[in-house]
Design a protein around this ligand. Structure first.
Ligand code: DGJ
Length: 479
C-alpha cells in the first residue's frame, strides 16, 4: 500500500480547517522505510489532528450560529424568536380605471407593490405609512405590548411629537449612560428646487433625542442649527445637510459630528465637521471639505475598538466607496484612503464589527426610492471588502428587494447581546419627507451564507448577516 498526502489548509474566520485529499501514488519514502512501521503512526496522527480541528471548527460554528459564545439559554431562545421568518401577504388593489386618452398616452404595465409604494394616491399608501391612529406612543402603557418596535409606524417622543431624526445614527455615551439619536430634522415642506431635482426640505438642523431604553426618546432640541441669513454658509437652509453621525473623542473630550454637506443640486459633494463639549450640543460647525480631494455624498463614521475612527463615503459619482482613518482628534481625515466596492454604485453605508470581522450594509443609488440592500464583509477595515449578498429575510420578495421599503442609516451593537444588532433604516416618503418613517429591525450575524462565494474553495469564508422582517418586535431584555 502506498499513498501521497496532499494537504490544503484554508484559513477560516473561525479558525483553521484542514482539507486533505488523499491521492494514490507510489512513495519513495515508504518504499525505503523497511516494513513501513512508521506509516500507520503518521496516518493515525494526521487523522487524529484532523478530527480535532474539525471538532473545534464545528463547535465554533455552532457558537457563532447561536449568536455568540456568552449567551444564556433564555437569550438564545429570544434570539430564535427574532430570527423567525414573518411573511407579508399584501394584496394588490384591482387596476384603477383610466381614461382612453391616458391609456393611449402611457400603455399599462402590471402594477407591482413597489409601484404602489411610490404612488402617493395608491390605496396601499396606508400600509407603508400608517396614520395617526396607529402611532407608537411610549408614554402610554401598552401592557404586554410595551417596548415593541413597529417598523413604519409613526413614533412619538416624550412630548407626543413625531420623532424627527432621519438619516440618523446613535451614540451610546458611557459618561451619561444614555443613548443619543442624531438625525436630520425635516419638519418642513417638501418641494423641488428644480424641475428635475430631487425632492427636498430646507435645512433646519440636526436633532438629538436621548434615551435610556432605546424606546422612549426625549427631544433634546436642534443641536446644530441651519443658517437663516448668510447664503454663502454651508448650513444655509437652501443647501443640503444629510446623514449626521456623532462619535466621542476620549483624548479631546469632544463630541464630534460629521455630516454630508451639499448644495441643492448635490454638486458640492463634501463632508462637514462640528464639535461640542456635550452630547446634547450645541455643536460648533468647523468647516467642510472634499475628503482626500474626492467628491463625497452619503457617508458614515465608524469608531473601532482601538479608538481609531473611520470615514466611509460614496465617491466618484457614487460609483465606489472610500474609506480612511480620521486624525487623532477626529476633526479631519488623514492621507490614508482606500477605494472599495469599486464600480458597485452603492450608497447609505453603515459599518459594524462582530468577533473581529467588519461588516457593511449599503443600498443602491435610487434617490429616495427604496432598493436592494447588500452586505459586505472584510477581515480588515481597509479592505479588501467582499460582497456577501442581500441580508433581508422575511416579508415577501418585494420587501426583500427593497430593504423592507427603506434605506440603511445605522447599525447599533447591543452590549451584553453579542451577535444581535439593531438595523436602522429610513422609509423615505418622497412626497412629504417629514413624514418619512423609521424601520428598526433585528440584525444577527451567524448563519452560513445562502450561496458560497465562487472562489472560496467550497468553504464558507463569512457568516451571514441577516435582517429579519417583523411587524412588531422587542429586544430580548425587555421582558
Ligand atoms: C439617497 C441618499 O441616501 C439620501 O441620503 C439622499 O441623499 C437622497 N438620495 C436624495 O435624493
Amino acid at each position: 500500500m502506498s499513498r501521497d498526502f496532499l494537504q490544503s489548509i484554508t484559513r477560516l474566520r473561525s479558525g483553521y480547517i484542514v482539507r486533505v485529499k488523499i491521492k494514490s501514488r507510489k512513495s519513495t519514502f515508504l518504499r525505503c522505510n523497511a516494513g513501513g512501521r512508521l506509516f500507520p503512526i503518521v496516518v493515525w496522527s494526521l487523522v487524529g489532528c484532523l478530527l480535532l480541528l474539525q471538532l473545534c471548527s464545528f463547535t465554533y460554528q455552532r457558537n457563532v450560529q447561536s449568536g455568540g459564545t456568552h449567551l444564556s439559554i433564555s437569550q438564545q431562545t429570544q434570539f430564535r424568536e427574532l430570527e423567525e421568518v414573518e411573511k407579508e401577504n399584501i394584496q394588490l388593489p384591482p387596476p384603477r380605471k383610466r381614461s382612453p386618452r391616458a391609456a393611449k398616452r402611457k400603455p399599462k404595465r402590471p402594477t407591482t407593490l413597489i409601484d404602489e409604494f411610490l404612488d402617493e394616491s395608491s390605496p396601499l399608501r396606508r400600509v407603508f405609512f400608517p396614520g395617526q391612529r396607529t402611532v407608537v406612543d411610549p408614554r402610554k402603557n401598552y401592557g404586554n405590548d410595551t417596548y415593541y418596535y413597529r417598523p413604519g409606524r409613526m413614533w412619538l417622543d416624550t412630548e407626543g411629537n413625531p420623532i424627527q431624526a432621519h438619516g440618523g445614527g446613535i451614540l451610546y455615551d458611557s459618561r451619561t449612560k444614555m443613548y443619543y439619536w442624531y438625525g436630520e430634522y425635516k419638519d418642513g415642506p417638501t418641494y423641488h428646487a428644480h424641475k428635475k431635482g430631487a425632492a427636498r426640505v430646507d435645512v433646519i438642523g440636526v436633532s438629538c433625542y436621548s434615551s435610556k431604553d432605546l424606546w422612549t426618546w426625549k427631544n433634546e432640541g436642534i443641536v446644530l442649527a441651519a443658517e437663516e441669513k448668510n447664503e454663502t454658509h454651508d448650513l444655509h437652509k437652501s443647501n443640503v445637510l444629510e446623514r449626521p453621525k456623532v462619535i466621542y473623542n476620549e483624548k479631546t473630550g469632544k463630541y464630534v459630528m460629521w455630516m454630508h454637506i451639499d448644495d441643492a443640486n448635490y454638486t458640492k459633494a463634501s463632508v462637514g465637521v462640528a464639535i461640542s463639549d456635550f452630547p446634547t450640543g450645541p455643536f460648533n460647525y468647523l468647516y467642510s471639505k472634499r475628503p482626500h480631494g474626492y467628491d463625497s455624498r452619503d457617508m458614515t463614521l465608524f469608531k473601532d475598538d482601538d479608538g481609531v475612527a473611520y470615514l466611509v463615503y460614496s465617491s466618484d459619482k457614487n460609483s465606489e466607496l472610500h474609506i480612511g482613518p480620521l486624525n487623532k482628534d477626529y476633526v479631519d481625515v488623514t492621507e490614508t484612503m482606500r477605494r472599495i466596492l469599486v464600480g458597485q454604485h452603492r450608497e447609505a453605508p453603515v459599518l459594524f464589527k462582530h468577533q473581529g470581522t467588519y461588516y457593511m450594509i449599503t443600498s443602491g443609488c435610487t434617490s429616495w426610492s427604496p432598493n436592494e440592500a447588500l452586505a459586505h464583509a472584510s477581515e480588515s477595515i481597509m479592505g479588501p471588502w467582499e460582497t456577501i449578498g442581500n441580508p433581508c429575510i422575511g416579508g415577501n420578495k418585494n420587501f426583500r428587494l427593497t430593504t423592507f421599503f427603506a434605506q440603511s442609516t445605522f447599525v447599533l451593537p447591543l452590549s451584553g447581546l453579542p451577535g444581535l444588532f439593531i438595523f436602522m433604516a429610513d422609509r423615505w416618503n418622497r412626497a412629504d419627507l417629514r413624514d418619512s418613517r423609521y424601520v428598526w429591525l433585528p440584525l444577527t450575524v451567524g448563519r452560513p451564507l445562502d450561496r458560497p462565494i465562487e472562489y472560496n474553495f467550497g468553504f464558507p469564508l463569512w457568516s451571514r448577516v441577516s435582517i429579519y422582517w417583523h411587524k412588531k418586535w422587542r429586544l430580548p431584555y425587555r421582558r
